[in-house]
Design a protein around this ligand. Structure first.
Ligand code: HEC
Length: 163
């Protein structure tokens, strides 16, 4: 290779490198201009949320301090557990589940407030209707398909359906 071409290449190459260096510095300044303090705007609750996510699942409690902490935790759980009665609101139970079939008569379900509903009540009585709603009848699933509904909630929903 002849050295003229070599030095021409080196000059060009050095020029390109220098150009990139200038560009790098310019980009650094541009970035600082756009976002002067990248940590300043961070959501303050992000740290807390991260702490929560990485918090240990359990902890060992021993001795007197441990017993006190345990009693405190159990009291907190007892406070947070609802002890009151389950809400018995026929309209709410009906609106949350029964209406999916009983508003439009899916699969022959007697429509809320219809004559058919009243005929069935006349034939079986309220208790009979409640009993079949609890146990299920033909294509009607037991408790409308939600086994966690109480007898009282079913009864309230049936009463609401008869209105
Ligand atoms: C998946 C659809 C579906 C859901 C959800 C549903 N039902 Fe029904 N229900 C039916 C059908 C279908 C019948 C008619 C069954 C028959 O007589 O063949 C029926 C019948 C009834 C009857 C009349 C029973 C009888 O003895 O004649 C009552 C009362 C009733 N449902 C109450 C309820 C209540 C209360 C809920 C909500 C907790 C509910 N249903 C949710 C489909 C449904």
């Amino acid at each position: 290779m002849d050295s003229k071409a070599d030095s021409a290449f080196m000059r060009q190459f050095a020029g390109v490198i220098a150009g990139f260096m200038v560009l790098t510095v310019a980009l650094i300044f541009l970035a600082r201009y756009i976002q002067p303090d990248p940590t300043g705007d961070a959501n303050p609750s992000q740290g807390l949320m991260a702490e929560k996510r990485i918090a240990p699942v359990g902890s060992v409690r021993s001795g007197e301090a441990g017993a006190a902490a345990l009693a405190e935790a159990q009291a907190a759980i007892a406070d947070a557990t609802p002890t009151g009665d389950v809400v018995v609101d026929g309209a709410q139970v009906y609106g949350g589940l029964c209406m999916t079939c009983h508003d439009s008569g899916v699969a022959g379900a007697p429509i809320k407030g219809s004559d058919l509903m009243k005929e069935r009540e006349a034939a079986k009585g309220l208790d009979g209707l409640v009993a079949s709603a609890i146990s299920g009848i033909n294509t009607m699933p037991a408790r409308g398909g939600n086994p966690s509904l109480t007898d009282e909630q079913i009864q309230a929903a049936v009463e609401f359906m008869l209105q």
